[in-house]
Every structure is written in structure tokens, then in C-alpha cells.
Design a protein around this ligand. Structure first.
Ligand SMILES: C[C@@H](C(=O)O)C(=O)SCCNC(=O)CCNC(=O)[C@H](O)C(C)(C)COP(=O)(O)OP(=O)(O)OC[C@H]1O[C@@H](n2cnc3c(N)ncnc32)[C@H](O)[C@@H]1OP(=O)(O)O
Length: 169
């Protein structure tokens, strides 16, 4: 292929990439009932909480919280502060911790769930149940930030465990 021809193809691709715009589609249900807010956190399960905390604090230079024990959820947590959201480092607490199951399958740890804020958790749960999305508890529990939370089954959410947290939006 001639050099000039290749240059023209290159310019065409460049223009195509730079002229692409994203179009957004509005939700099909009335947003007055309940709505999603910001990403609150991404949770990472780790077999070594001290090592993971040191990675974010000492290597990556982030501000981190103290270790918090949440026996009702079967986890120890450390929060890592980012500008627009948080990371939640999770380690098993107790014999029936859901994190232990996850770590048995993912020995070195990995992304465990994402947490998205909602303005009305009960309305969200009612609506999602009607759409056959399984909520993993019948009632919201109090989560790591002292606010009501509920988890949605990963098999109903494209393989991702999703936590909803009620926050005033
Ligand atoms: C403090 C609080 C907060 O932030 O406020 C927290 O973080 S509490 C964080 C900890 N709490 C929770 O995770 C509560 C909600 N989680 C749960 O109820 C459970 O962990 C489930 C998600 C239902 C999984 O239950 P369990 O481990 O007994 O079942 P399982 O291993 O047979 O999993 C069933 C299927 O789901 C998949 N699966 C399991 N955990 C997953 C995860 N985290 N992300 C994506 N997929 C996952 C498995 O690979 C399996 O798929 P295959 O069948 O294809 O192999």
C-alpha cells in the first residue's frame, strides 16, 4: 500500500474516533419514584488486609481509614479515600463470612462488589423485586456508613454483586 494512501486511512480513523458522540437514553420508569445517585464505593476482598492497606497508603499515597469490624456483615473493612468515590477493602470476620467463600474461589482476592447510592431503598427494592432482580435480604441492613443497604444477586446483575445504599441525593 502506498504511503499516501495509508496516511489518508489513518486520518479517516482519527476523524471517526474524534467525531463519535455518546447519546444517552432516559430510564423507562418514572424517576420520581426512586433514582440512582453516585458510585459510593468499589469493594475489594483481600486475604491480607494489612498488606492491602499498606499498598493504598504507602505505595499509592491514599488516605485510609482505621480497620472497622462489622460482625453483622461478617467483615473487617478499611476505606480508601479517592476524590470521587471510595474503595472498601474487605476481609472475612467470623465463620460464616461471605468474604471467606469469595476468597476460597479467588485466592488472591479481587473486586467483590460495587455500591451505588439510591434516594429511596425500599422503593428501589419493591420495584427491583417486581422486575425479578433478587434482593439478598428482605429488609435493608445498616451498612458500613450507618445507612440502610441491600445487596442484589450477582446472577441478576451481569455477574456483579451490587450494593444499594440509601443516601439523601
Ligand atoms: C459492610 C457492607 C457495606 O459495604 O456496607 C459490606 O460490604 S458487607 C460485604 C459482604 N456481604 C455480602 O456480600 C452480602 C451479600 N452476599 C451474599 O449474600 C452472598 O455472598 C452471595 C453473593 C449470594 C454469594 O453467596 P455464596 O458465596 O454462598 O454462593 P456461591 O459461592 O455459590 O455463589 C453463587 C454464584 O454467585 C457468584 N458470586 C458469588 N459472590 C460473587 C461476587 N462477589 N461477585 C460476583 N459473583 C459472585 C459465584 O461465583 C456463583 O456463581 P457460579 O454458580 O457461576 O459459580
Amino acid at each position: 500500500m502506498k504511503k499516501e494512501h495509508m496516511k489518508r486511512i489513518g486520518c479517516g480513523i482519527h476523524r471517526l474516533i474524534h467525531s463519535t458522540t455518546v447519546t444517552w437514553t432516559q430510564p423507562s420508569f418514572p424517576s420520581a419514584v426512586w433514582k440512582l445517585g453516585s458510585l459510593n464505593h468499589v469493594a475489594i476482598a483481600t486475604p491480607d488486609l494489612k498488606k492491602s492497606t499498606a499498598l493504598y497508603r504507602d505505595v499509592l499515597g491514599a488516605e485510609v481509614s482505621d480497620i472497622q469490624a462489622l460482625p453483622d456483615h461478617g467483615v473487617y473493612t478499611v476505606f480508601v479515600k479517592l476524590d470521587n468515590a471510595k474503595l472498601e477493602l474487605l476481609h472475612p470476620l467470623g465463620e460464616n463470612s461471605p468474604i471467606q467463600n469469595f476468597l476460597n474461589k479467588n485466592k488472591t482476592g479481587g473486586i467483590h462488589h460495587i455500591c451505588i447510592e439510591v434516594n429511596d431503598i425500599k422503593a428501589a427494592m419493591k420495584d427491583l423485586k417486581e422486575q425479578n432482580i433478587r434482593c439478598l435480604s428482605n429488609e435493608p441492613k445498616i451498612g458500613a456508613h450507618g445507612k440502610p443497604v441491600v445487596f442484589l444477586h450477582p446472577k441478576d446483575c451481569d455477574g456483579v454483586l451490587v450494593e444499594l445504599e440509601e443516601t439523601k441525593l
